[in-house]
Design a protein around this ligand. Structure first.
Ligand code: S3P
Length: 440
């Protein structure tokens, strides 16, 4: 089996005060928008995970001078909207759907050709959701016959603004269309069926670009300019989610998580855990770089199963692996529907999580668009993460309530979003150790 293995001894509790690494979504956008802004953008709190480094390296390959990252500090010398240069080779987006889809929007309006490639997981993920609206704008992008990467983007297309009603609530699709809209003639509008994260909109406004936003619609006119600014990236609530769940399920836990991004398009995990009976306090609410931030205080609680409201799905889309572990430790049944998107993430998170929970003795029934989980006792066992960072971290937390050791296979990709996870989890009280590839 390729990749490192996590071995987590059962039991324990989480305590202390931690700062999670930087927000992945905001970090991607900070270097992309900094690159096409005019002037020098200084970023603090940047996530030094492989996904965001892929975005950074792609921009470097297009001639953007970027220094760092150094302890979360990055310095981007923006080249302006029209200053990117043709890359000499295909741009490798690694494991990152965000990097590929946003980059495709940015590249659709460039005068040069480019090719975007990714790893085995990314090479299976659907790309027509962006090539279709970008094509309507006049972009010429080829995918494989089944709509997956690599993406071949033909330069020199003259883009025109469109009004696009998104079929799914996707921040990646919205952002790709808006980024292409910067290069389009006329007005580009995106209408979302439900709120998806709005970091792109907030950051564009923070860099001086005029947007028109109403409840479900965002519009911008092409041909403007972005002005460099300082961008402070808050800690990632998606990384915090593992610790929120771990502390909730492990008796005696009492944990503080500092400076966490609590943008209302991302806080579904707090709402769902609270409905399950979790004890989470949101303290010292403030703004940092145009994003709401707060300190979170979580204590152990008796969780109960719930029917998760569909309206909360896009607001917690990356947190379901962790939430499924919470459901497995809750009293009663948890039901999720309306979440078919989970099947096209870094892995098929419905299937992969159901199989992992079953391996730990939990009754979990996958549905086409969701899952039904019966809370109960967890045994020890071996779980396959399928190279999915969030699956690996979710099952690491499950060990807090397991009857024996939990072994999780193929954990290398935790570095895509959460470098230093093992160290921070140990600091908080999780009895986790990492066995390097080839030693397990
Ligand atoms: C992201 C949007 C979400 C999320 C992903 C990051 C972003 O994807 O799952 O991890 O940064 O825009 P979708 O927009 O496809 O739902």
């Amino acid at each position: 089996m390729a990749g490192s293995i996590y071995e987590v001894a059962p039991g324990g509790r989480l305590a202390g005060s931690l700062r999670m690494p930087g927000d992945k979504s905001i970090s991607h956008r900070s270097v992309m928008l900094g690159a096409i802004a005019e002037g020098e953008t200084r970023i603090t709190g940047f996530l030094e995970g492989e996904d965001c480094l892929a975005t950074m390296n792609a921009l470097r390959a297009m001639g953007v001078p970027i220094e760092g990252p150094d302890a979360g500090r990055v310095h981007v010398r923006g080249v302006g909207l029209h200053g990117l240069r043709a890359p000499g080779a295909p741009l490798d987006m690694g494991n990152s759907g965000t990097a590929m889809r946003l980059m495709a929007g940015l590249l659709a309006g460039q005068p040069f050709d480019s090719v975007l490639v990714g790893d085995a997981s990314l090479s299976r993920r659907p790309m027509r959701r962006i090539t279709e609206p970008l094509g309507r704008m006049g972009a010429r992008i080829e995918t494989s016959p089944d709509g997956t990467p690599p993406l071949r983007i033909h330069g020199g297309a003259r883009l025109r603004g469109i009004r696009y009603e998104m079929p799914v609530a996707s921040a990646q699709v919205k952002s790709a269309v808006l980024l292409a809209g910067l290069y389009a003639q006329g007005r580009t509008c995106v209408i979302e069926p439900a709120p998806a994260r709005d970091h792109t909109e907030r950051m564009l406004e923070g860099l001086g670009y005029e947007l028109r936003r109403s409840e479900a619609t965002v519009c911008l006119d092409g041909g403007g300019r972005l002005r460099a600014a300082h961008i402070d990236v808050p800690a990632d609530i998606s990384s915090a989610a593992f610790f929120l769940v771990g502390a909730s399920i492990a008796a005696g836990s009492d944990l503080h998580l500092r400076h966490v991004g609590v943008n209302p398009t991302r806080t579904g995990v707090l709402e769902i855990l609270r409905r399950m009976g979790a004890s989470i306090e949101v303290g010292a609410p403030r703004e940092a770089g145009g994003e709401p931030v707060a300190d979170l205080h979580v204590r152990a609680a008796e969780l109960r199963g719930i029917d998760i409201p569909e309206a909360l799905v896009p607001l917690a889309i990356d947190e379901f692996p962790a939430l499924f572990v919470a459901a497995a430790c809750a009293q009663g049944t948890t039901r999720l529907r309306g979440a078919a998107e989970l099947r096209v993430k870094e892995s098929d998170r419905i299937q992969v999580m159901a199989e992992g929970l079953q391996a730990l003795g939990v009754a979990a029934e996958p549905l086409p668009d969701g899952i039904v989980i019966e809370g109960g006792r967890l045994s020890g066992g071996t779980v396959y993460s399928h190279g999915d960072h969030r699956v690996a971290m979710a099952f690491a937390m499950a060990a807090l309530r397991a009857g024996g050791p939990v072994r999780i296979l193929d954990c290398d990709n935790v570095n895509t979003s959460f470098p230093g996870f093992v160290g921070l989890a140990r600091e908080a009280g999780l009895a986790i150790r990492e066995i390097p590839p080839g030693h397990g």
